[in-house]
Design a protein around this ligand. Structure first.
Ligand code: GAL
Length: 672
């Protein structure tokens, strides 16, 4: 698949700054204070109307536009652009009362109740009709307003209705399968339905993977693919209507790209977005939340082949409300997180939400204006950030340069690991990918986290962490990458099954066995708390396997235990300087760092000083460079650099101090 991207101008003239704005929760007298504070903070865009359907359409085809007209007007008068939402994420109560069949049904056949959001089955054609009615009404009324600059379709599609197992979905699943396989024989072959004699005589006999008992993994994987496609189809239906009414306005929807396999397959959705948008929230406890910010940006940017800027559509000024214990951000963290996202390629900083809610399910979620009002740490930092972003205007449209290290990430592989029973059911996909990303991030190496079908040319190193499911084409291109002189690193439980989720025979990891010059006879998963040790001092947990070398050299062997003396980490040298490294054991983070240090020269990066805790990022145009210096450490960092520091407006002659916890951005011209 080739990822293309429409050539779309950015919706705001500077870096976008603002957040979800839900004025319907407040008296109109508060709206005047809102816009005054927005101007004070430098807000230039808000996402409006995301959850307003129930207040805009009071009965079928009956609309109350007056309040929305007023707020649209008020924002326009104050020079604030609108990222206008189609409000389909939250259907009105009257609609759900009339259609009790709309809410999604879980795998155990319990139906969701109204009262939350995304409470609708994506395959239901009647729901689609109602949704498109409100989309049309909103688009026809407001789409031509000059300060409506972008469409925000629904909200986090899949976050609540990622899978629906109802009868309507079951019928749609059968249609999807028929289209994919053509004949039921082909499906039987792909799913291996001879097992337990589940052979299907007709598409009519197929059901979604309902219930709690063990199901065919190939069926479950196709159901995950189908579910993502159904939601994409909903997005595309809204998009087509919006394009019919306002052909020139960019259309997006907010992704939830983090380190776990996503609800839907974002890499396959990306070509349908005019501007890619992401919602990212740090979690606690997270040993390195800053790395999670970097990881999500490194993934977002690599969803397009031209690495164009994306938009941080939501994150939080301080605590979220959906964790068991919700940590408030420390002073300075709001600005550091926000500018880290910009360093990783976002051309905007948007929050959930403008004003912290007084009522409703999210009343204890932070906002840009907290419950205590504007005379607060949060609002002061929001205002300071607004000033910083204005000073960063020259960064708009610049790109993060291509990295030398690529890490493959695929939702299908993550889904296939998560569903069904495995030799060790405690191998979270996201944690494995993040562990490898962390090793490079700590050294200051630029990393792209890319879908397996992207081009590998230009990378020196390609990491394949726990990519359980691998297509033949990916395996072939990984071989070509090594033949061209690249370093390939494959980690445990990669290349095990094909695209149908059937095991590749002849020894694991089937897809990479030849290029790695090894074959694994048997897995030896460990028990909780059990560890292993290798003869070079590395330790690890969760996973070991009995590897045979067939052309590879051994880097480290097991010491003790049932695999004593057997190979654990190997490298196969290829003609032309290429290397294929197999890390067959679940080695700890410091062992990963050690291995990386022994194999790969660190990225020289844009500055010569490597200071612990100082993250250095770069964005560039043909003529200019913007060096982002983000000090996550507790001490001030001093480094040698020259250029114009954008946030303080000072010229840096030879050295710059980045205060502890703070950020600086140095603009310099590239040598001609
Ligand atoms: C997002 C969602 C927002 C808000 C936020 C709270 O997932 O899109 O509407 O609920 O979480 O963190």
């Amino acid at each position: 698949m080739t990822l293309s991207h429409t050539d779309q101008p950015w919706p705001t003239t500077g870096i976008s700054f603002g957040g979800d704005y839900n004025p319907e929760q407040w008296d109109p007298s508060v709206w005047r204070e809102d816009v005054a504070l927005m101007r004070q903070a430098g807000v230039n865009m808000v996402s409006l109307g995301i959850f307003s359907w129930g207040l805009l359409e009071t009965a079928e085809g009956v609309y109350d536009w007056a309040w929305f007209d007023e707020i649209v007007e008020l924002l326009g008068e104050n020079g604030i652009a609108i990222d206008l939402a189609t409000p389909t994420a939250a259907p009105p109560s009257w609609l759900l009362a009339e259609h009790p069949e709309f809410p999604p049904v879980d795998h155990d056949m319990t139906q969701h109740w109204p009262g939350a959001r995304l409470g609708w089955c994506p395959s239901n054609p009647d729901f689609r009709t109602h949704a498109l009615r409100i989309v049309r009404a909103v688009a026809e009324r407001y789409g031509s307003r000059e300060h409506v600059v972008m469409w925000h379709v629904s909200n986090e599609l899949g976050g609540g209705n990622g899978h629906c197992y109802c009868d309507v979905s079951a019928a749609a699943f059968r249609t999807w399968l028929e289209k994919k396989y053509g004949t039921v024989e082909k499906l039987n072959e792909a799913w291996g339905t001879a097992f337990w004699g589940h052979y299907y005589r007709s598409f009519k006999h197929i059901l979604p993977p309902r219930g709690n008992d063990s199901k065919n993994p190939s069926l479950m994987l196709d159901f995950d693919r189908f579910s993502s496609d159904e939601l994409l189809d909903h997005y595309l239906a809204e998009r087509a209507l919006l394009k019919e009414i306002t052909p020139d306005l960019p259309v997006t929807t907010n992704f939830m790209v983090g380190a776990e396999p996503d609800a839907v397959d974002y890499a396959r959705w990306a070509p349908h977005m005019d501007i890619l948008a992401n919602d990212h929230y740090t979690r606690s406890p997270d040993p390195v939340p800053q790395q999670d910010v970097a990881f999500s940006g490194d993934r977002m940017r690599s969803l397009t082949t031209d690495r164009r800027p994306w938009l941080l559509m939501e994150h939080s000024t301080s605590a979220v409300n959906w964790q068991p214990r919700n940590r408030a951000k420390n002073p300075g963290e709001l600005i550091r997180d926000a500018i880290s996202h910009v360093a990783h390629g976002s051309d905007g900083v948007m929050y959930f939400q403008w004003r912290a809610s007084r009522a409703g399910a999210e009343q204890f979620h932070s906002g840009m204006v907290p419950h205590a009002g504007p005379d607060t740490k949060i609002f002061r930092e929001v205002t300071a950030l607004g000033g910083h972003l204005q000073r960063l205007a020259p960064v708009l449209g610049s790109r993060v340069p291509a990295a030398k290290v690529g890490i493959l990430f695929d939702n299908e592989a993550g889904w296939a690991i998560r569903r069904g029973v495995k030799p060790n059911n405690f191998l979270p996909y996201g944690a494995a990918v993040r562990a490898w990303h962390a090793a490079f991030w700590r050294r200051g190496d630029g990393v792209d986290v890319l879908p397996p079908w992207n081009d590998y040319a230009g990378y020196d190193t390609l990491v394949v962490p726990q990519l359980f499911l691998v297509a033949d084409d990916t395996a072939k291109r990984a071989e070509e990458f090594v033949a061209m002189g690249g370093t390939l690193i494959v980690t445990p439980f990669s290349g095990i099954v094909d695209e149908n989720d059937q095991v590749r025979l002849g020894g694991y990891p089937g897809a990479f066995r030849d290029v790695l010059g090894v074959w694994t006879e048997e897995f030896y998963p460990l028990q909780e708390g059990e560890t292993f040790r290798l003869d070079n001092g590395w330790n690890g947990r969760e996973w070991t396997e009995h590897v045979h070398v067939a052309g590879a050299d051994v880097i480290a062997r097991y010491e003790g235990g049932p695999l004593d003396g057997e190979p654990a980490v190997t490298v196969r040298a290829h003609l032309g300087g290429g290397r294929a490294v197999y890390v067959s054991a679940g080695i700890d983070g410091d062992a990963i760092e050690n291995l990386v240090a022994g194999l790969i020269e660190p990225d020289r990066g844009p500055v010569s000083d490597k200071i612990p805790g100082l993250e250095v990022g770069i964005r560039e145009t043909d003529s200019d460079e913007f060096v982002f210096l983000i000090n996550h450490g507790a001490d001030d960092a001093e480094l040698g650099i020259r250029g114009a520091e954008l946030l303080t407006g000072r010229t840096v002659e030879d050295s710059l101090v980045v205060p502890a916890g703070d950020v600086r951005v140095v603009h310099r011209r590239k040598a001609a």
